[in-house]
Design a protein. Structure first.
Length: 279
């Protein structure tokens, strides 16, 4: 694998790497290096859509650079990151369309700050999270109709966990993934997010959200039976982590706008140990 990651890019990757379970240290070196390159692309695009003080036009212009970089892969890319991506696509027969799918999610984050229905939220997850799962399956040669479908359920669950954890943080960026139909159904308001008032009505909404998350975990759990080796181990850890976070959120009496349950290094270690002994 050609290593063209610049010092600044490497720092950016390292900063977010520990929160990116897909590019796991459980992976063989070849797949791990490829996953980090793909993650670097996704992370940088996500930061453009989310971070800093740019306006929407500036963010869109910055994303266009990355879209043009993907376009260049079909010819002869000159930017180091896209040289690496081209090599990953060639070596693992990875479909470039998956990266374009991710781009549509980043573009949507710039253009859309409110969602009306849960189906819109799931559609966003299909663009923002599911391609990453399919890319990892491809790195291991395990992509097929069944595994991709199961992976999509797990990716949706992970994305929805993140949305629930980051309600207030996203609100500060003028973005709310909780659909408007839920605001109406549970009689909650954006003003309560602003004031960090996590009322019993918000707790009811949280429980309904977690029910959907648990459904997707249940629907995707059998993915582990279609995998082998280190990827199977990683997926088992990921499923365990999803269930643990969901359980902690259900039981938590904390104000979700102030403090959201997370997993410690100790938690990850226990999850890995359980996954190994139950293999």
């Amino acid at each position: 694998m050609t290593h063209y990651i610049t010092l600044n890019h490497a720092r950016n990757v390292k900063k977010h790497y520990e929160n990116f379970p897909v590019a796991s240290m459980l992976f063989p070196k070849k797949q791990r290096e490829a996953a980090i390159i793909l993650y670097q692309f996704a992370r940088e695009c996500d930061d453009i859509a989310d971070e800093g003080t740019w306006n929407s036009s500036q963010r869109t212009a910055q994303l266009l650079y990355y879209k043009e970089g993907l376009d260049s892969i079909n010819t002869k890319p000159s930017v180091p990151l896209f040289v690496d991506i081209k090599q990953v696509c060639h070596e693992f027969n990875l479909q470039l369309g998956l990266l374009y799918q991710l781009m549509t999610a980043f573009e949507q984050d710039i253009a859309k700050d409110r969602y009306h229905t849960m189906s819109e939220v799931i559609d966003y997850c299909n663009k923002a999270a599911c391609p990453a799962g399919e890319m990892i399956l491809t790195l291991f040669g395990k992509q097929n109709k069944t595994t991709i479908s199961l992976s999509n359920h797990l990716c949706i669950a992970l994305a929805m966990i993140g949305m629930l954890q980051d309600i207030h943080e996203d609100f500060l960026k003028n973005r709310i993934y909780i659909p408007q139909e839920y605001f109406k159904q549970f009689n909650v308001t954006e003003a309560e997010i602003h004031r960090k008032e996590f009322t019993p009505r918000w707790s009811n909404l949280k429980d309904a959200w977690l029910t959907i998350i648990d459904h997707h975990i249940d629907s995707g759990e059998s993915l582990k039976h279609h995998l082998t080796g280190r990827l199977k181990l990683q997926i088992k850890v990921l499923i365990g982590a999803s269930r643990l976070l969901s359980s902690r959120m259900k039981l938590s009496k904390d104000n979700l706008f102030v403090k959201s349950p997370t997993l410690s290094k100790w938690d990850w270690g226990i999850l890995l140990f359980k996954a190994i002994i139950r293999s």
